[in-house]
Design a protein around this ligand. Structure first.
Ligand SMILES: Nc1ncnc2c1ncn2[C@@H]1O[C@H](COP(=O)(O)OP(=O)(O)O)[C@@H](O)[C@H]1O
Ligand SMILES: [Mg+2]
Length: 390
């Protein structure tokens, strides 16, 4: 095996081939991080490494020289935090790469390191910031061909600090959520995790509050190509059940009320029922009509909408019985619902103590490159964004 260096910027010749050969040799000797100047290249180990424990946080916090220790993602996080304090200027870390390469895992590790080494202005702030990640992932991540936990949105997390380096809060901005995934997914892929958590985690009775039955009843959850049940095994159900309860705990920790939580489930239920409404075309005209009215009825009940008005907006064919009067559509109580699921809502809880003058370390973790035989328009936007960043 060739001898490798920790910083590829020190190589006499730095071309794509040299970089790849070096990374391959280092991977073969269990060295998954490599520097190229200020850049950290992380190769996915696809196994749990014993290099992220407390002693490693201390080691990288105390290191005098970067070359004293092996390349590590903690160094980058440490460097950004210390530089922010020294220069009194905000810092930003960009994370880019192919889907499934480890961007999100490394972003989380950086947040863990920074929240570990700094003091904070509020007792549970570090926990809240770290816990908000799995919450966003429940609503924004899904199983894809490349990654069982693929981020389908870009996330910019800013950790806010006083000039003395005390953590005061965090702000999350989301980009390019792949909304089409709610209604359609590629072969073998799934919709957003939260829908599966619901069915694995709720009792029959709880599900019935939202008129939900078994996951196979919902078009967007069925894998039409594979057929069979939505969950592959008892273990599949169990892991989703645990995640459901984890989400509930996080929602409470972050400060959502019972009412808000039940509104989130109501909205998810409404999405499942809405996407079950089938709208075939009339044979002679291009107009569509509603076949089965039950899902429509349930959606309107859940969202407090006027059924005739919704039916009319879905299909221009006269729908209400002869003579039935058209009611004014009640303003849906859902005004703030969509926002409730978004990072803005979490921000309100995480930014409580921040001041205008606060400094920050930002970490941009986005959806990764993908290149399949058929690529969606949304993926094209993501690929372009990744390329621009590189
Ligand atoms: N440093 C790491 N240690 C262990 N497993 C990792 C690491 N980085 C990535 N993985 C594995 O690879 C999977 C995909 O990583 P992820 O960060 O979600 O990719 P990306 O965000 O780039 O699409 C993770 O779910 C995890 O199983
Ligand atoms: Mg990701």
């Amino acid at each position: 095996m060739t001898k490798t260096v920790n910083d590829l910027a020190t190589l006499p010749c730095l071309d794509a081939r040299a970089i790849l050969e070096h990374l391959r040799s280092r991977h073969a000797s269990n060295q998954y991080y490599t520097y190229i100047g200020d850049v950290v290249v992380a190769v996915n180990p696809f196994k749990r490494l014993n290099i992220y424990g407390k002693q490693y946080h201390y080691k990288y916090q105390k290191a005098k020289l970067r070359s004293d220790l092996k390349p590590h993602i903690f160094w980058l996080a440490d460097h950004a935090y210390k530089r922010m304090r020294e220069r009194r200027s905000p810092q930003c870390i960009l994370v880019s790469g192919e889907s499934g390469s480890g961007k999100t895992e490394n972003s989380k590790l950086m947040v863990q390191h920074i929240t570990f080494i700094c003091q904070s202005s509020h007792p549970f702030l570090e926990a809240k910031i770290n816990e908000v990640n799995p919450l966003l992932e429940a609503f924004g991540n899904a199983k894809t061909a490349m990654n069982d936990n693929s981020s389908r949105f870009g996330k910019y997390l800013e950790l806010k600090f006083t000039p003395a380096g005390i953590l005061t809060g965090a702000k999350i901005t989301d980009y390019l959520l792949e909304k089409t995934r709610v209604t359609q997914q590629g072969a073998g892929e799934r919709s957003f995790h939260i829908f599966y958590y619901l069915f694995a985690g709720m009792t029959r009775e709880e599900l019935s509050n939202y008129y939900l039955e078994t996951p196979e009843d919902y078009r967007i959850l069925r894998d039409e190509a594979r057929g069979g049940p939505v969950f592959n095994s008892a273990a599949d159900i169990e892991s989703h059940r645990l995640m459901f309860h984890k989400q509930l705990n996080i929602l409470k920790l972050v400060g959502f009320t019972e009412w808000e939580i039940s509104m989130i489930f109501t909205l998810l239920g409404a999405v499942l029922h809405t996407t079950n409404i089938t709208l075939p075309k009339h044979e002679e005209s291009d107009l569509v009509y509603i076949v089965d009215e039950l899902p429509l009825h349930i959606v309107c009940k859940l969202m407090g909408l006027n059924e005739a008005a919704v039916a009319e907006s879905l299909s221009p064919v006269p729908h209400t019985p002869e003579g039935a009067s058209h009611h004014e559509q009640k303003p849906p109580p859902s005004e703030g619902w969509v926002g409730m699921l978004s990072p803005r809502r979490c921000n309100a809880r995480l930014l409580a103590d921040c001041k205008k003058l606060d400094l920050s370390v930002g970490i941009l973790d986005m959806s990764g490159f993908e290149n399949f035989t058929n690529n969606s328009f949304e993926q094209l936007c993501i690929n372009v964004a990744n390329e621009q960043m590189q």
